[in-house]
Design a protein around this ligand. Structure first.
Ligand code: SDX
Length: 441
């Protein structure tokens, strides 16, 4: 494929940006991305000026170049390796999308079969790891278990620590993508006191997960192909999202040459936060609260606008999307389809839609460009699939695993990668000295 020539208007940018400070002026290179986005390269700023840039929460900072995912928040565009999310959602499977993100191209028939076979081969946990669950209380949050178990994989597969060994990393990647399902399903079975169900080699990725989650030894479990399809869709939509909080965490930890299991275990912890992947769990609690209150969503929209209320419309707003999250659009349509299949449609979907309409007609949300994000409707579907609320963020993690791996791999294989070590502006005490205890106030 021909590399895209930067559009005409960007050629000028390829000259320089100019920084002036006191009587000094510094020219800085401008980097132009595939879609014309531009970045000022400040790699030499401190060496040439003695100054650093300050950008809390990296609101204006690109931490890296990357070829994996493209987001345009203003236009609501999301592409994995250049392919629009809408096409992948309609035509692909999670295993194929995982391969695309990790290896950079849609797999051939042979590549897909080899990758699927590897996922099948690596789905079981070491029996000693299964015993870890005996130590957890039944009330343990499954995200805590997931992070701990993923980290523990590095004890059972120490070859993962050889991060520069391509062969070993191929096996490590397959183990991680595959075992995320098993760890998650086992934590659910532990929480409900049912026997663990082992993976089955004759089932596809998502079917295998559903079987481990919901089948019991006492009777056959009938897999609903529609449900398998919906789960594939949800995992595809969660698979990557460029430099989000948890992916940046994986890159940060991996930049010290920590192994993939340790880096992803850290990413799982970052995803757990209610401002990030934990929001899907919070959305359900919010919708339940609106239902219990009976007063309709308006009251909650007003509450979300009240600064000191501490309440936010969970599942709304996004650091990058200042338009409707393209994933939320797709999930909303899927939620309608799933509801049609259910004998008892979930009233929370209607509450969610009313809440969305109220918010999108309110100037507070319109001015701040706050739209539903990926977490707003996903929980409705997970609930319909029988997945408990405290497992929603685990589902997000299973979906995001290929993205985390792809970014870790891209960084690890980049010979220019250096350990992430940001600077700071110190605002503490000037020089002071130790005061012996008997002389302190
Ligand atoms: C994910 O980065 C990614 O790509 C993440 C993700 C991925 O795929 O990896 O897309 C997944 O994490 C989605 C986001 C899930 N989180 C939530 O749904 C939690 C609720 N939303 C937020 O708290 C918030 O919108 C964030 C955290 C998502 C983004 O926050 P920012 O960019 O730091 O913006 P902000 O908190 O500074 O908000 C800007 C303004 C503020 O008002 P003012 O100070 O300007 O008056 O908007 C308000 C905020 O109070 N605001 C909200 C709001 N979100 C922002 N007000 C009410 N309800 C909300 N949900």
């Amino acid at each position: 494929m021909l590399a895209r020539e930067p559009q005409e208007e960007n050629v000028a940018d390829q000259a320089k940006a100019e920084l002036k400070f006191n009587d000094k002026s510094l020219e800085l290179p401008v980097v132009v991305g595939t879609e014309g986005e531009r970045g000022i390269d400040i790699g030499k700023l401190r060496a040439q000026t003695g100054m650093v840039s300050l950008d809390p929460a990296y609101m204006n900072t690109a931490s890296t170049k990357s070829a994996i995912t493209f987001l345009d928040g203003e236009r609501g565009i999301l592409r994995y390796r250049g392919i629009p999310i809408e096409e992948l959602a309609e035509k692909s499977t999670f295993v194929e999308v995982a391969y695309l993100l990790i290896y950079g191209h849609l797999p051939s028939k042979q590549e897909l079969s080899k990758f699927s076979e590897a996922l099948t081969r690596h789905s079981m946990l070491h029996e000693d790891m299964k015993r870890f669950y005996d130590g957890y209380p039944g009330t343990a949050h499954p995200m805590a278990i997931l992070s701990a178990m993923v980290l523990s994989l590095s004890s059972f597969y120490p070859q993962a620590l050889d991060v520069k060994n391509h062969e070993e990393q191929e096996a490590t990647i397959a183990r991680l993508v595959s075992k995320m399902r098993t760890i998650a399903a086992f934590s659910y079975k532990k929480s409900i006191g049912q026997p663990f169900v082992y993976p089955r080699n004759n089932l596809s990725y998502c079917a295998n997960f559903l079987n481990m989650m919901f089948s019991v030894p006492a009777e056959p479990y009938d897999l609903d192909e529609e449900i398998v399809k919906v789960l594939n869709l949800l995992l595809i939509l969660h698979a990557d999202h460029e430099q989000n909080c948890s992916t940046s965490t994986v890159r940060q930890v991996g930049s010290s040459q920590a192994n993939l299991f340790a880096s992803v275990a850290a990413g799982i912890c970052a995803l757990w936060g209610p401002l990030h992947g934990g929001a899907n769990e919070e959305v359900l609690s919010m919708l339940e609260a609106i239902r219990a209150d009976g007063g309709g969503p308006k009251k909650f929209v007003e509450l979300a606008k009240t600064k000191d209320s501490g309440f936010r419309l969970m599942g709304f707003g996004h650091r990058v999307y200042k338009n409707y999250d393209p994933r939320a659009k797709i999930i909303k349509v899927a939620a309608d389809k799933v509801m049609k299949k259910m004998k008892q449609p979930d009233p929370l979907l209607d509450i969610a839609k009313t809440l969305e309409e109220a918010a999108l007609n309110d100037s507070y949300f319109v001015e701040r460009k706050l739209y539903p994000n990926v977490d707003f409707y996903s929980g409705i579907i997970y609930r319909a699939l029988g997945i408990p609320t405290n497992m929603f963020t685990v589902m997000f993690a299973i979906g995001r695993t290929p993205g985390w791996i792809a970014h870790w791999k891209e960084m690890t294989e980049d010979p220019t990668t250096k350990i992430f070590r940001p600077r700071q502006i110190y605002t503490g005490s000037a020089l002071t000295h130790y005061v012996p205890l008997d002389q302190r106030a």
